[in-house]
Every structure is written in C-alpha cells, then in structure tokens.
Design a protein around this ligand. Sequence first.
Ligand SMILES: [Mn+2]
Length: 320
Amino acid sequence: MVSTPSRIAEELLRHRRILIVSHVDPDGDTIGSALGLAWALRSLGREVLMGCDDPVPEEAAALPGADEFSSSPPQDVDAIVAVDASDERRMGSLFRPSAERGGPLIVIDHHITNGGYGDLNLVMDTSATAEIVLLVVDALGVSLDATIARCLLTGVVTDTQGFRTASTTANSLAAAQRLMAAGADLVEISNQAFNRRSLSMLSLWGRALTAAEMRSGVLWAELPLAWLPQGNSDGQVGSGLANLLNTVREARVSALFTEQDDGLIDVSIRAKPGYDVSGVALAFGGGGHAGAAGCQVKGSLAGVREAVVDALTRLVNTQG
Ligand SMILES: [Mn+2]
C-alpha cells in the first residue's frame, strides 16, 4: 500500500517504543535518515531504538546518536521503521517476518526498485531518503532544530555526492536550504563526507584503477579479497571508488566488483545521466537508482564480473 507523509506520521504517533532500522553496509543517507527521524520522535516523548547490522560509516559517525546503533534486535517494540532499505533483506538480521512482529513495519525509501514490503510504504522518487524523512518530520508537527537538520542534511549531501547526481532536483536544494537555515553546517558535513579518505585506501584504489578495463563504454575494476585489509567492510572501501570510476569521460556505465569473505561478490554499478542501471542490479538480486545501483552475487570474481559486464554491455547497446 502506498502511503503519504501524514499517514506515516499518524501511524508513528500511535506507538510508544519504535525501532528504526538502517540498511546493511550503511551509508550517510540511511544513518542520517534514521537519526533525523529518531530525534524528531524523541522530541515528542517517544522511545526510539536504532538498529543496523554493520558499523556506521565515517561520513555519518560524528552525528549525534550515531553510537546508539545496535546489531541485536530489541524485544517488545511497537513499530519498526526501515529507512533507505530497498528490500527486506537490506534490513539484515533486524528483519522479522510479520508473524513474529508485534507492530507494523513502516518503510520509508527512495529506491525506484522498492516493491513495498512494509505494512505502510512511503516510497518517493527523491534524491535521498532524508528528503522524505523531512516531509514526515513536518507532518509530525516537529519544528526543525540543528540536530535533526544536521542528520538529514548529511543524508542529502552524501546521496547526491554534494548535489551533483542526476537525482538532484530543485526539491533537494529546497530541502537543503531549510536544513541549513535550521542550523546544519554544509561545509562541515561535506568535509566529513568527502575529505576523509585514508592514504592506504587511495593506494588500494590506485591498484584497482591500474588494472581497470573498458569495453564498449563499460568500465570495470575489481578489488580481490587478497588486496583488502582484514575486517574490511566492503562499502567503506568500494562506494567512493565506484563513484570515481563513473567520472571517466568514455565510460557510459561502470562497475566495481569487490570480493567479500562470505563468498559473495559486491557489485557497485554507476551510470552517466541517460542510462538506467537499476534493472541490471534488480536482475542480479539487488536494486537501486537509475544512476547508482548495486547487488551482491554468489560466485567467483571472474564469473560474476563476466555476467554483469555482459548485462551492462547489452544495456549500453540498448539505451545508448
Ligand atoms: Mn539513499
């Protein structure tokens, strides 16, 4: 069922103890959206818990409340809200089949591949889930403070790569304007999001870029497990590199293949404006947006790469 911000606000206000879940391999949007909503609900006297299967990434680590995310599912919550998770598997271990849940599952998301797996689904085609959460905060009747604004602006800035993606609209900028006026510091948020790479990570990217290949407008690079630091959480190393690949002039679409220690290959796909790679990610069991999508595929690095590059080559030939 497709919902509205006011319907979601009305439902949230019915519950006292609410769990907000950020997606696995989290980014600034899922963490910022969860925290922005959490602080708004807390200002209304609600008890809010936050869950995420993986550690908070650096771009969102300084946000107020970022240290509260837990990976163990709490008991006795009245409602669960999933933010920025395009399907229920993205909720990780915090997802519970509906029979086991006490209350409703509320989905707030901006991925066009989201099929609406919640009891209530607020899915809108915005640049960031944080943009939708801002509408919910308005509908809750909460006036923006600097804390809520900082969390939500982090979501918008990180998902739009600083207002540069094809998904950025006048509404994204209007949301950012309101969040800045409420006290969010754009320079500090941008610095936190984009200027904190380690030299060792850039060296790793250099190694991957040296071995990158391009054919028919499809550019790809790989990060084999043997190159990765111990305990690597793939998203932290990979997502910035996937974005960088997409800056290559001749590339129509690009893909980064990261070998994980669980036997899965993480695939991050990016596209220039005019191409839509979300369908390819969906076909391989993932999802996303026209310009940025991803999936995790079982198989060898070479096997998965071959299958995905084939699919992307067909896409470039069809959409180009
Ligand atoms: Mn997002």
